[in-house]
Design a binder for this molecule. Sequence first.
Ligand SMILES: Cc1cc2nc3c(=O)[nH]c(=O)nc-3n(C[C@H](O)[C@H](O)[C@H](O)COP(=O)(O)OP(=O)(O)OC[C@H]3O[C@@H](n4cnc5c(N)ncnc54)[C@H](O)[C@@H]3O)c2cc1C
Ligand SMILES: *[C@@H]1O[C@H](CO)[C@@H](O)[C@H](O)[C@H]1NC(C)=O
Ligand SMILES: *[C@@H]1O[C@H](CO)[C@@H](O)[C@H](O)[C@H]1NC(C)=O
Ligand SMILES: *[C@@H]1O[C@H](CO)[C@@H](O)[C@H](O)[C@H]1NC(C)=O
Ligand SMILES: *[C@@H]1O[C@H](CO)[C@@H](O)[C@H](O)[C@H]1NC(C)=O
Ligand SMILES: *[C@@H]1O[C@H](CO)[C@@H](O)[C@H](O)[C@H]1NC(C)=O
Length: 538
Amino acid sequence: MAFHSSLLLSQILLLFMVASSPWTSATYPIQQTFFRCLSTNSKNSVPLSSYYTPNNVSSFTSVLNSTANNLRYLLPTVPKPVIIFTPLSELHVQTAVLCSRQLGLTLRVRSGGHDYEAVSYVSQIEPTFVVLDLCQLRAIEVDIPRGTAWAQAGATNGEVYYRIAEKSKVHGFPMGLCTSLGVGGHITGGAYGSMMRKFGLGVDNVIDVRMVDAKGKILDRKAMGEDLFWALRGGGGGSFGIILAWKLKLVNVPETVTVFTVAKALEQGATKVLYKWQNVAPKLDDRLFIRVIIQASSANLTANRTVLTAYNALFLGDANTLLGIMGKRFPELGLTRADCVETSWIGSVLYIAGYPNTTAPEVLLQGKPLFRNYFKAKSDFVRTPIPEEGLLGLWKIYLEEEVPFMIWNPYGGAMARVPESATPFPHRRGTLFKIQYVATWQDGTQSMARHMSWIGKLYDYMGNYVSKNPREAYVNYRDLDLGMNKKGVNSMMEASSWGLRYFKSNFYRLIKVKTRVDPDNVFRHEQSIPPLPVKKGN
Ligand SMILES: Cc1cc2nc3c(=O)[nH]c(=O)nc-3n(C[C@H](O)[C@H](O)[C@H](O)COP(=O)(O)OP(=O)(O)OC[C@H]3O[C@@H](n4cnc5c(N)ncnc54)[C@H](O)[C@@H]3O)c2cc1C
Ligand SMILES: *[C@@H]1O[C@H](CO)[C@@H](O)[C@H](O)[C@H]1NC(C)=O
Ligand SMILES: *[C@@H]1O[C@H](CO)[C@@H](O)[C@H](O)[C@H]1NC(C)=O
Ligand SMILES: *[C@@H]1O[C@H](CO)[C@@H](O)[C@H](O)[C@H]1NC(C)=O
Ligand SMILES: *[C@@H]1O[C@H](CO)[C@@H](O)[C@H](O)[C@H]1NC(C)=O
Ligand SMILES: *[C@@H]1O[C@H](CO)[C@@H](O)[C@H](O)[C@H]1NC(C)=O
């Protein structure tokens, strides 16, 4: 597919492009120099249409916004890149790495743009940075006879699901529930979804990779060795290199699966049912995943409000089998046949993602989220059930916020069978469930401080009930409150404050791998894995 133009041709193109480009070198020197470097060094010509600069505000803003999921990081006061380059080939990615090093420009890498703190397209620690946006690298090849698929980094998980289901009713892949995540960033942090209790995480089902390293070389699993391949499967995005594509091992799913959503308000005994859920959900049949989405009944703080808990589930089997299990293990929820919807696996993907039941699967090919907010989120892992008094205290704080949002996500099953050090993702045996807390708002900066302070208060309160030493957190729910790397320098002390929460003792092995493969810290951001300082005289 790659187009190898002759050197002569690329030089001619270069002359043509620079001559016809709208920049004047006085106003846009960096932009021009980087483009010239890309054009002269890439064997595959770089069209101007894949290169965006603030010279054309409308196209620049539109590409920057296109996948930016957290509106908080599009506010005018937030630092903007000087260039956005959307490579069309692997060669372009290699050249971008070499040129950014040559010109001393920091690269930020974006696949799906869902980073909670936007480190893929915003730098708070480098004044000048370039965004390499992989949105054009989104090919997916599914091989049903071999039970595998290759997915390029810019493809969304929803597109991967669609391409699998298009070829087979009995294959699937276990990763995220929301369907607009870029597989490039998503899988590097773990990637959980509704099949995690049966098959584990995305990273537990990845068998090969193609990556551009700090020297601009393309490595696959064999060429990079098992240590780096280990680090890529959960060590978080943006630290070791640029993922070009993942090779996935597909899993077998039944032709008929069952989904349901059952809601309980406080007045309907929600607190007692939730207490019971904590004890049973992590121990149920591996095929059954019941998460709890917790909201408030209205956004009006002065109205008579209640807490609503919605039990939202996937069962990899039919409704009758499910009703049998629920009747025995969790009768308190009161699940009935009428609550159950039997569907295909791809139908369950759309259901869990929140699409109305009339939506055709082709919606997944748009790679777009259902909505976008200003938000701040945090996460916790719970190892002992939270007592009812603890829940009652939680509801009090909860109802102080207009649109509070939490998702409680059950563990156990396959999650508990993978050893803590098998991948960098350490939240395995002994974890009952994960909590995600979210504050969302729509009015930009106006009410921001209030929401940020509310989520901080909620997080402080929950400290009594969740994992300790370290208080664990999910790297894919990036939270800069936990600490961040400072300008250019990485302090190990500072880094361990978030590193140990995300990775527990796997953090030390991640540092070793980083020091070996990227000692100059080419791939860095606010929470990238720091290399050990290089000894002088080497
Ligand atoms: C609405 C929403 C729903 C979510 N649902 C789930 C869920 O169900 N399950 C789950 O596990 N997570 C979920 N997440 C979290 C999600 O997995 C992470 O935000 C993930 O990092 C997103 O990947 P991305 O490519 O879309 O993001 P990006 O912002 O593009 O990148 C995220 C990080 O990875 C790095 N990165 C991006 N591309 C590459 C690459 N090609 N090579 C190397 N590094 C790269 C970036 O530099 C950044 O550090 C959700 C997030 C949101 C906003
Ligand atoms: C800016 O980019 C848009 C979209 O690519 C294009 O249509 C428009 O002509 C450009 N404007 C200028 C002044 O170059
Ligand atoms: C991009 O987002 C900013 C901030 O929300 C907004 O002002 C602007 O209109 C958006 N532009 C596009 C093209 O979506
Ligand atoms: C909020 O609820 C109160 C009490 O029910 C009501 O008087 C008020 O009009 C509501 N405000 C809005 C903005 O809906
Ligand atoms: C508040 O709402 C709940 C149901 O949501 C209802 O049971 C209760 O009676 C209401 N209280 C008042 C004072 O309106
Ligand atoms: C969609 O759901 C509604 C009720 O929620 C139901 O009446 C309808 O039959 C469903 N349609 C399909 C295609 O499943």
